[in-house]
Design a protein around this ligand. Structure first.
Ligand SMILES: *[C@@H]1O[C@H](CO)[C@@H](O)[C@H](O)[C@H]1NC(C)=O
Ligand SMILES: *[C@@H]1O[C@H](CO)[C@@H](O)[C@H](O)[C@H]1NC(C)=O
Ligand SMILES: *[C@@H]1O[C@H](CO)[C@@H](O)[C@H](O)[C@H]1NC(C)=O
Ligand SMILES: *[C@@H]1O[C@H](CO)[C@@H](O)[C@H](O)[C@H]1NC(C)=O
Ligand SMILES: *[C@@H]1O[C@H](CO)[C@@H](O)[C@H](O)[C@H]1NC(C)=O
Ligand SMILES: *[C@@H]1O[C@H](CO)[C@@H](O)[C@H](O)[C@H]1NC(C)=O
Length: 305
């Protein structure tokens, strides 16, 4: 596996501490209808409204959520919230209630779908229930990549965050290995145990309402992946191959939007650190079973084994 594969990175704040698990009931909760907040919405003079999101990109951190959001925004029927809102995962925001959340949404025309993305939602245990309570039929987008690449990308971002503050951060091998064993307490490793989080989402939402974007494919060849998203959201097929062009300097696809060209922020796609083959093997062994469990859960395989 090419560990020098460029990854997509993005900045965002990570909530501190994990919330507690919901009481184990295990069966899916599709019973009560969601109490949908119906805003007494007055259109802006320019004819736009703020809507609660029709779809939410829930994660995963370092999976390519920014790229996905930017690509989706090429579509004229999509309106995106540019910043990460952290409504459902941060208590101090959630307490502000749905009117506050609505107020964070972009101004959109009535034919547009509103999209929010907060990558920390996927790994926050209380979030699925909260989203369910807002809209039980909402369409969810989840972008995942090879769990090992995700760990290294996660590490790389934390490394650069330290660097920017003139702080040092240990080399990857010394963080991930302790006494010759994989340090599974390292948060980034835990965040790549996708099935543990997915089980929780599937207690609230049926699989057909959660579309998984293959983040590794989205980097290599964005168009087919984004077409699948268009279909999932029942959007007209509008985004086409000419919306993407490969930038050789960056080693990445950039976007062409009605003539305007834009690339992701330079913090995206940093090179991952080289790791020893010993560590790589440990990571492969560690993620093998969790990955298979995830495949079973979602009835689909990925090139991660
Ligand atoms: C409409 O007004 C809102 C609020 O000022 C603004 O954010 C939005 O960009 C405007 N949209 C258009 C299409 O002018
Ligand atoms: C709930 O989500 C579905 C799927 O996106 C959407 O069709 C519906 O309008 C949403 N309901 C509200 C009240 O936003
Ligand atoms: C880090 O160090 C550089 C060079 O010594 C300095 O210019 C910069 O202000 C420092 N940044 C911070 C956040 O302290
Ligand atoms: C991963 O983290 C969660 C939340 O902190 C914890 O409940 C779980 O036991 C961890 N999983 C492993 C395998 O360490
Ligand atoms: C692709 O979409 C653009 C508008 O976004 C349009 O001008 C162009 O004709 C389309 N190209 C093809 C091959 O459909
Ligand atoms: C390609 O990427 C380089 C490096 O990030 C950037 O300076 C340049 O503007 C990009 N060119 C195009 C056409 O996107």
């Amino acid at each position: 596996m090419a560990l020098l594969l460029f990854g997509m990175c993005f900045f965002f704040l990570q909530p501190q501490g994990m919330p507690s698990r919901p009481t184990p009931g295990d069966t899916r909760i599709f019973t009560s209808p969601s109490p949908i907040y119906e805003p007494n919405n007055i259109p802006h003079p320019n004819g736009t409204y703020q809507h609660l999101p029709h779809t939410i990109i829930i994660g995963v951190r370092k999976g390519g959520t920014r790229a996905l959001l930017e690509m989706l925004s090429l579509h004229s029927d999509i309106a995106v919230a540019e910043s990460e809102i952290h409504f459902f995962d941060w208590e101090n925001q959630y307490e502000k209630g749905l009117p506050w959340y609505l107020n964070q949404m972009p101004f959109a025309y009535s034919h547009q779908l509103t999209v929010e993305k907060t990558p920390a939602y996927f790994t926050s245990f209380q979030v699925p229930e909260r989203i369910y309570n807002m809209n039980s039929t909402i369409k969810i987008l989840l972008i995942l990549r090879d769990p090992i690449e995700r760990v290294l990308s996660d590490y790389t971002q934390i490394y650069y965050n330290h660097l920017q503050k003139n702080k040092t951060y240990p080399p990857v091998d010394s963080l991930l290995l302790q006494n010759g064993k994989l340090n599974t307490d390292y948060k980034a490793i835990n965040r790549s145990l996708y099935y543990t989080y997915m089980e929780n989402w599937l207690r609230y939402f049926p699989l057909q309402n959660i579309h998984i974007v293959d983040g590794d494919y989205l980097i290599k060849d964005p168009f087919p992946e984004i077409q699948k998203v268009e279909r999932f959201l029942s959007l007209s097929p509008q985004i086409n191959a000419s919306n993407f062009y490969f930038n050789k300097t960056k080693g990445f696809y950039c976007l062409r939007d009605s003539g305007r060209e834009r690339c992701l922020h330079e913090s995206k796609g940093r090179a991952h650190p080289h790791i020893s083959s010993f560590l790589l093997e440990k990571l492969h062994d560690y993620f093998y079973e969790p990955n298979k469990k995830f495949f079973e859960l979602v009835g689909r395989t990925f090139d991660w084994l």
